[in-house]
Design a protein around this ligand. Sequence first.
Ligand SMILES: Cc1cc2nc3c(=O)[nH]c(=O)nc-3n(C[C@H](O)[C@H](O)[C@H](O)COP(=O)(O)O)c2cc1C
Length: 521
Amino acid sequence: MAYDDLRTWIAALERAGELKKVRTEVDPTLEIAQITDRVSKSAGGGPALLFQNIKGHTGAQVLINQFGSARRMNLSLEVNSLDEVADRIRAFMDVKSPQGFLDKVKMLPMLAEMGKFFPKTVSTGPCKEVIRRDHFSLDWFPILQCWPKDAGRFITLPCVVTRDPKTGKRNVGMYRMQVYDGRTTGMHWQRQKVGAEHYREALRVAAHGASGPGNEKSGNRSAAVDLMARSSGGSVLAEDTPGGKMEVAVAIGTDPAITFSAIVPAPPDVEEYLIAGFLRQKPVELVKCETVDLEVPASSEIVLEGHVHLDELRTEGPFGDHTGFYSLEDLYPVFHLSCITHRKDPIYATTIVGKPPMEDGWMGKAVERIFLPLMKLTIPELVDINLPIEGVFHNLMLVSIRKSYPGQARKVMNAIWSLGQAMFTKCIIVVDEDVNVQDIGEVTLKALNHIDPERDIQFTLGPVDSLDHASRLPNYGSKMGIDATRKWPSEGFTRPWPDEIVMDEKTKALVDRKWKELGLE
Ligand SMILES: Cc1cc2nc3c(=O)[nH]c(=O)nc-3n(C[C@H](O)[C@H](O)[C@H](O)COP(=O)(O)O)c2cc1C
């Protein structure tokens, strides 16, 4: 049974012994982060934490580390293993065109199941228990400052809802929000994310009108294009942009499938509410916002509604990030709140990021497992992948492949660099299928033995993660692929390739039999 909301999820965590309630008074400035950091680094990721006595916020509660272990990640998606989710995806992808009546009948249960994925809009919901259009402030909520050099307090687990101004398609993305004051925040959608593309699309529409570049309503085309280009460089505000606003809604404290779907690097056209419906196998119930034309999950704890102005950028950051370093300040759009709705006594859900391992590492691992079957659609020779937690999602991908033709490892690297957010991968190591990429020791041994660095390392240039502080330019830099597969004569390698050392079965069996007698246990 799907979790109806954050509260049923918290109750399930408690029943499973996965939740610790903290009744001692704690400070949302740094102290909660320090406690959570220690807990995240304890064996298995520690428990989820529900802080119930927050300094300066009588009656408020903060939920953190809800996804912070392999077991909780499974619980959140109601599976025993993430492979179950991958198997369900695979089953849907395996559907072939039905050959006859019987095949069509066999497809009916699957079609019925698909019907459950689509969100449905309901007239009202718990997130409307309290509606504040006039007197409201973000200061009501126990928003954390996580690290000493953070620019301030940040909302770190928000589901940010936007709509493509041209197609009307919705997107839900998780982008942190720096609190500037009680009614204004930053909107940290990085350049390559869907929210940022909606923003650019809104700029284009404002400059050209809905019908595109041919129709220059404002005559301000160059200004908008300029802002898009200049904002990529992280430099200045555009004074002469077309103006206008883009509507944004933010849901905080949703059921875990919805929260998780906001981080999933889905293709832009696949709506996250649909992904959440697939994951929870029950439609997400949505309600219309009060002041913007957007829909949010009806059971959200807190909903922030408002606008991003198209002619306004403001310094955002620094922020202690999941790389283990502070992400540098840069210019980002500003979110102006027009209304807050919330449940009575809302529970504020948040996370902290910092040096791994932390909660987001477990979420990243779930993305890795769930996306493997989808990656195999375009890269069928993929056997397995591993994004080690210390590689912070985008720095390192270990890939095993079934190699069938010369140069295939390089083909795979290029395919990964052209696959959605996998384009950010700074270093890809490709090994043969007999290497277990989940065993870092085995990869290190075999990959480093198998390479001639000058021959086997491939550099390329392209977009890099906005959080990469080492690239020559923000968002643009180099990436490296290492072909650590066995080299073939058809790849120009004519020396003999040595056999791997393995003891013969007869001797192993002999030692098995004598092992106790040897007294070496
Ligand atoms: C805890 C957490 C915080 C994140 N913060 C940001 C952020 O501030 N900006 C950003 O662009 N991506 C951030 N991400 C990554 C995005 O959520 C992720 O790339 C997602 O796929 C974006 O959605 P989109 O593809 O719909 O744009 C964060 C991820 C997690 C797990």
